[in-house]
Design a binder for this molecule. Structure first.
Ligand code: SAH
Ligand code: SF4
Length: 355
């Protein structure tokens, strides 16, 4: 009976201005609307008191503000909070909030499943289901802000609890570029979430052509999932390496740096016992990254059921970090958060909804 409603979480601010323009509304009205949606977390047009009644009526008959429903909501003993969102047809995606003293980081998913199939990643293991829409990506941030605010979560006198976004949830963000673009624009837009480019990070397994496009369209902070010091091992761990081998990937990093908000690239490196964690591996990494302004992020491998790997020992990780430090690279070992609720890196999977 009722026509399909447009979900306004799908539109960047310029797109919303255009959408409202089609109803005869001026750009500043669209901006007021954007603030209600993204800054106040409002989903009810009738409560947007400074919009004309006729505009609100139009909105009610044509549009909605809708996040996917929540299947589960868990809080870890370390304060990390994880939501599982139902995106339909048995697919679900996870979003994780990591509170720290002076920032609140939201780890956002970009796809249901992932086609890259890295061997150590539980999302990869589950295979690819589909790309998320812009609305489904933005809804994770929109809903997290609403729920965290309800819970009284406040970071360092900030009104909005989420101060940083990392595209490090499920999926390869650069393989869903069309939906990612407007979502990133909204994160940066002052009329929406107003985060600075250095507070929004896209993590990629190395989709070279889209790294170049991102550098032109929306150069936010970049994290590259490296995981190996040479092509032979990386081909095995991150199969996408066969398409975009290390030399091409590192050249793309150098090109990206010219536009990046920071003067270094972050390289993520998962520590796998006996696989990529030897002294020789660390030395080879130092040689590989000579001349590239880089920081490492060493991620202790987080186990999942049936995983074919183990995490390196603490001593091994410390020694590995030391060699990178001696080679001139910062290489902190990341402290895993939310392991007890399976919210740590690489533990995210939507299969739980099916089992
Ligand atoms: N697809 C993107 C972003 C999501 S994964 C990417 O691969 O970069 C975020 C980070 O977690 C990546 O560096 C990924 O390699 C790492 N990761 C995946 N599985 C992991 C696991 N089981 N333990 C630790 N880190 C893992
Ligand atoms: Fe996909 Fe990233 Fe997991 Fe690789 S590590 S399978 S790219 S989500």
């Amino acid at each position: 009976m009722s026509a399909q409603l447009d979900n306004l979480l799908d539109y960047s601010v310029p797109e919303l201005i255009q959408w409202c323009g089609n109803l005869g509304e001026k750009p500043f009205r669209a901006k007021q609307l954007a603030k209600w949606i993204h800054q106040s977390g409002m989903d009810n047009f009738d409560s947007m008191t400074d919009l004309a009644k006729s505009f609100r009526q139009n909105l009610n008959s044509r549009a909605c503000i809708k996040a996917p429903s929540i299947i589960s909501d868990n809080v870890s003993k370390d304060g990390t909070r994880k939501w599982l969102f139902d995106v339909g047809n048995g697919d679900a995606v996870e979003t994780v909030f990591i509170p720290e003293e002076r920032r609140g980081t939201l780890c956002v998913s970009s796809q249901a499943g992932c086609a890259v199939n890295c061997r150590f990643c539980s999302t990869g293991k589950q295979g690819f289901s589909r790309n998320l829409s812009t609305a489904e990506i933005v809804a994770q941030l929109w809903k997290a802000n609403v729920l965290l605010r309800e819970a009284g979560e406040r970071v360092y006198a900030q009104e909005r609890p989420v101060t940083n976004v990392v595209m490090m949830g499920m999926g390869e963000p650069l393989l869903n570029y069309d939906a990612l673009g407007p979502a990133l624009q909204l994160m940066l837009d002052d009329t929406a979430y107003g985060l600075s480019r250095r507070r929004v990070t896209v993590s990629t397994s190395g989709v070279v052509p889209f790294m170049d496009r991102l550098s032109q369209d929306c150069p936010v902070a970049l994290a590259v999932s490296l995981h190996a010091p040479n092509d032979a091992l990386r081909d095995h761990l991150v199969p996408l390496n066969k398409k975009y081998p290390l030399r091409e990937l590192l050249d793309a990093c150098l090109r990206y740096l010219k536009f990046a908000p920071r003067d270094f690239i972050t390289f993520e490196y998962v520590m796998l016992k006996g696989v990529n964690d030897s002294d020789a591996d660390a030395k080879e990494l130092v040689r590989l990254l000579q001349g590239i302004p880089a920081k490492f992020n060493l991620i202790p491998f987080n186990a999942w059921e049936g995983a074919p790997y183990e995490c390196s020992s603490n001593n091994r990780m410390r020694r590995f970090a030391e060699i990178l430090n001696d080679g001139g690279f910062s290489a902190p070992i990341r402290v895993p958060r939310g392991r007890d609720i399976l919210a740590a890196c690489g533990q995210l999977k939507s299969a739980s909804v099916r089992s």
